[in-house]
Design a binder for this molecule. Structure first.
Ligand code: AHR
Length: 491
């Protein structure tokens, strides 16, 4: 029998809510045709933001949103996106489909979106093609409350008060689309640019995030930490889950068992990445003050047939939900080092939480996976150990079960379990050391690996009550269906 030991008296770190963050880029239909429909749209909206989407994001407890890119960030000139919309400069979005960007969604709109959702703001500045002055002035525009050229301009543009800017990224992927720099060159650029990201508010420090490595580029982490570790609050990491390789990603909907297992094994690689980058960071920052900020992660498949290849639109199945569940458990387990993570991306792009088609919208299996993890936010990670064999996954290395456990301020223990097997249920004995359960509530997401929601059947996959457990004096016995994520709240 599989066994999970949870010691409810030993905590191992704080699970920051930002681990469940998201990313929204000016890419395809993420912003335009996604969350932002404009004030004059027939689709119900508040100040241009789709009401149904904002409600869904509030419901899932979205804690932080990254914007405006991605690769787009290093071509974005923020001044083009403020002031009267009629006079905003139009530009070409060279990275993503070569479409016209009319700049109608800019700084004011982004903060308005964050206000409506009730989430923190994470903005990425332009290092690749922008100047230090431009970045310095953006921060002044957003966060300075006194009299200054930028603060005055913000007021003229209709916003009296400074905003609270929680995180500011100094460039994006400088090793690639953000300027093709070497680690050594970027480290110097980082030191220079971040100097002029001024702290104008005593009550709300802007946390500075350096652009970190791509997947397993450990040299990048070494150079950045050695050269600039003391000048940053976070170092980002980008890692996408693809089955096989970049030329054989395959369809999001049509995949075989081999593709399924390969995808999951590649998602689990996140654990090794965090451990190895974390070990390098430990040498320069043993107190773990600097967060590893996994600000782009998720599945990347071929675009849906007939859609613009530059728009990265893909459907989303239970396979994606498994990737989300496994990854969120990994982040919880590494909460001492992972201070934030942002799945790519929010709507209609890559592993999206929401898909739209005109006025219609659907919540993806990934959305429901996030919903099942929501109660871990701001809890303390608990000491827990799972004894379970590996899955018979046709040569791939995947555990039969995976979990993370945390304790909320009110003493409730939250456990998220993932059973990645496509066809095998699992029995699990949970021993809750230090807690004799009196009341247990469960919710679950389950289905066939390729189950998904469509605009005609938007409720085919959703979370549901979970009751397959028996409570005992020292814990509980749980029966998990194949391909499932279960959340238990134990009191
Ligand atoms: O998320 C899509 C793209 O992937 C981002 O723009 C870029 O940062 C990454 O390469």
């Amino acid at each position: 029998m599989n066994q999970l030991f949870i010691n409810t008296k030993i905590t191992k770190g704080h699970i920051r809510k930002e681990i469940q963050g998201n990313f929204s880029e000016h890419l395809g239909r993420c912003i335009y045709g996604g969350v932002y429909v404009g004030e004059n749209s027939d689709i119900p909206n508040v100040n241009g933001m789709r009401t149904d989407i904002v409600e869904a994001l509030r419901e899932v407890g979205l804690p932080v949103l990254r914007w405006p890119g991605g690769c787009f960030a290093d071509e974005y000139h923020w001044k083009d996106g403020v002031g009267p919309k009629e006079t905003r400069k139009k530009m070409v979005n060279t990275h993503w489909g070569g479409v016209t960007e009319d700049n109608s969604f800019g700084t004011h709109e982004f903060f308005e979106l964050c206000r409506q959702i009730g989430c923190e703001a994470y903005i990425t500045g332009n290092v690749g093609s922008g100047t230090v002055q431009e970045m310095n002035e953006w921060v002044e525009y957003m966060t300075f409350d006194g009299i200054s050229p930028m603060a005055n301009w913000r007021k003229e543009n209709g916003r009296e008060e400074a905003w609270k800017l929680d995180f500011f990224g100094i460039g994006n992927e400088p090793w690639g689309c953000g300027g093709n720099m070497t680690a050594e060159y970027y480290a110097n650029e980082y030191r220079r640019y971040q100097t002029y990201v001024r702290q104008y508010r005593n009550d709300a420090k802007v946390k500075k995030i350096a652009a970190g490595p791509s997947s397993s580029d450990y040299h990048w982490t070494e150079v950045l930490m050695q050269s600039a570790g003391k000048m940053m609050d976070g170092l980002s990491l980008h890692h996408y889950t693809i089955p096989h390789d970049w030329n054989h990603k395959g369809s999001a909907l049509k995949f075989n068992r081999d593709d399924y297992f390969c995808t999951l094994q590649n998602a689990l690689f996140m654990d090794e990445l965090i451990r190895r980058h974390g070990a390098i960071m430990d040498q320069y920052d043993p107190e773990k003050r600097v967060g590893l900020i996994v600000d782009e992660w998720g599945t990347w498949f071929d675009v849906e047939e007939g859609t613009n290849p530059g728009f990265l639109y893909q459907q989303n199945t239970m396979r994606d939900a498994m990737v989300a569940g496994l990854t969120l458990n990994i982040f919880n387990k590494h909460c001492d080092r992972v201070h934030m993570a942002n799945i790519a991306q929010l709507i209609n792009v890559l592993q999206a939480l929401i898909l739209t088609e005109g006025p219609r919208m659907l919540l993806t299996p990934t959305y429901f996976a996030f919903k099942l993890f929501k109660d871990h936010q701001e809890n303390e990670l608990l000491d827990s150990h799972l004894q379970a064999p590996d899955l018979d996954a046709e040569g791939y290395r995947i555990p039969a079960l995976q979990e993370s456990s945390s304790i909320a301020p009110d003493g409730t223990v939250h456990v998220t379990l993932v059973n990645p097997s496509p066809d095998q249920g699992q029995e699990l004995d949970i021993l809750t050391q230090g807690l004799s359960p009196r009341h247990v509530v469960g919710r679950m997401l389950t289905g066939n690996v390729d189950d998904h929601n469509t605009f005609d059947y938007p409720d085919a996959v959703e979370d549901q009550p979970f009751v397959s457990f028996t409570v005992k004096a020292d814990g509980l016995t749980v029966s998990l269906p194949p391909c499932s994520i279960v959340h238990l709240a134990i009191k």
